[in-house]
Write a protein that binds this ligand. Structure first.
Ligand code: UGA
Length: 441
């Protein structure tokens, strides 16, 4: 099929390349000429395992091109809108400027019968408004939320665990136009459909809500275990054992019960805030009032990590060498948006510590946000002369490949704070380190 992808940021770039890899012809459009140039050369403007490979392969097929000219999207059967919906600068709601601009720019190039598929995360009710505009061109709007995880984006896009398509509904079922649009999306995702991946056809509002509900649930799960960590801290219990034990219950499950400095990134934090703001607008603020608590618990864990470093250094970090291992919001990513890791580093710096920070991938992004910190590429160099070390992103380089003996030969004092509960506490202690976990004795 002929497809277009409007917005070639993270989501759009991955989607465009993935759609070519399953046989389609794709034109990717973005207003950012720099991004388009780099993607056209097969270079991803961000770190994502596997993306450079599928991008290069896709370009070599001759079925993928990138452009700044939206007119080149004309003629596509399905147009994916994959622009960002960041948090508003002066509030917690989502900023829909880019979605509105993308749909407006696309309108004159739509042909009758085409489908516009929204992939961006939007407040419920957005699709209904956009659908009217798209209908003026004789096209159909569907909402097709994305559930990909950074670091696994290629796999999640090519082989998703479910596909959700919100189409025009009337009286509780899809209209004829909606059925046709759903069939076109089935054709787009033919390999997944053929192998039986759940394909859920629903109305616009449900599709929009599925996305925010999923992220709200994941954020709540993380904050739940972090709340248990807070209780563990005053009772001498161990939250990691607690998580293992409750995780054996298949109704609960162990995944996303990793207690530590909490969640960050470009999705969970802004999505729960936008959901709260939207629920308020709908007069149902109380229904998701718990999300404010989820956010508050999450932010408190960063304070806790800083307090642990301060306590471990005898009450003050002033003029102490603190090495921060990690800057990305999670491993396998160079993303530092709302990164708890970077936030902890910045707070320690604010308390007067001499902070040295390292990360295998995220230093350029971190430096752009916080140039005041001392960035060191080499892990061992960063560890040299540390009075305390804090692990804030659980990269394998810190979790598996750093031995207590080796680290001990580099630092000034054997003090380690495990902000992600990813180290073997017994092994570090056995080697003479003062080890402090999050919610662990
Ligand atoms: C999240 C969702 O997991 C995706 O399904 C969704 O598509 C995506 O947002 C999105 O809306 O685009 P992502 O932001 O890539 O994906 O990251 P996650 O893997 O969800 O991790 C989020 C944060 O939670 C990270 O900072 C991670 O360190 C933290 N986390 C995760 C924990 O603190 N504990 C855990 O047990 C798991």
């Amino acid at each position: 099929m002929r497809l277009s992808v409007i917005g070639c940021g993270y989501l759009g770039a991955v989607h465009a390349a993935a759609m070519v890899s399953i046989g389609h012809e794709v034109v990717g459009v973005d207003v950012d000429a720099g991004k388009i140039e780099s993607l056209s050369r097969g270079e991803a403007p961000f770190f994502e395992p596997g993306l450079p490979e599928i991008l290069t392969e896709a370009i070599a097929t001759g079925r993928l091109r990138f452009t700044t000219e939206i007119a080149e999207a004309a003629g596509a059967e399905v147009h994916f809108v994959a622009v960002g919906t960041p948090q508003q600068k002066d509030g917690s709601a989502a900023d829909l400027t880019y979605v509105d601009a993308a749909v407006d720019a696309l309108l004159p190039h739509l042909t009758a019968g085409a489908v516009v598929a929204g992939k961006s995360t939007v407040p419920v009710g957005t699709a209904a408004t956009l659908a009217e505009r798209v209908a003026t061109a004789g096209a159909t709007l569907v909402w097709n939320p994305e559930f990909l995880r950074e670091g696994f984006a290629v796999k999640d896009t090519i082989d998703p665990d479910r596909l959700v398509v919100g189409v025009p509904f009337h009286d509780g079922s899809a209209t004829a136009e909606g059925e046709r649009a759903a069939d076109m999306l089935r054709e787009v995702y033919h390999p997944s459909v053929a192998q039986g991946t759940p394909f859920i056809v629903t109305d616009h509002a449900t599709a929009e809500l599925v996305k925010v509900a999923a992220n709200a649930f994941l954020a709540t799960k993380i904050s739940f275990i972090n709340a248990m960590a807070e209780i563990a801290e005053v009772t001498g219990a161990d939250v990691t054992t607690l998580a293992d034990a409750i995780g054996h219950d298949v109704r609960i499950g162990r995944r996303f019960l990793g207690a530590g400095i909490g969640f960050g990134g470009g999705c969970l934090p802004k999505d729960i805030r936008a959901f709260s703001a939207r629920a308020e607008e709908l007069g149902r603020g109380e229904s998701v009032a718990f999300l404010r608590e989820v956010d508050a618990i999450n932010m408190r864990r960063r304070d806790r990590a800083v307090d642990l470093v301060v306590a471990a250094l005898g009450g003050s970090v002033f003029k102490k060498n603190v090495t921060v291992l990690g800057a990305a919001f999670k491993p396998f990513s160079d993303d530092t948006r709302d990164s708890p890791a970077l936030d902890v580093a910045v707070r320690l710096f604010g308390l007067g510590a001499w902070v040295t920070i390292t990360d295998p991938e995220a230093i350029p992004n971190a430096r752009a946000l916080h140039p005041q910190l001392n960035y060191v590429d080499d892990r061992d160099e960063a560890l040299r002369s540390a009075d305390a070390v804090i692990v804030v992103t659980e990269w394998d380089q810190y979790r598996r490949e750093l031995s207590p003996e080796h680290a001990g030969s580099l630092v000034n004092r054997r003090v380690i704070i495990d902000g992600r509960n990813c180290l073997d506490a017994a092994a570090w202690r056995a080697d003479g380190w003062a080890y402090y976990g999050m919610g662990r004795p």
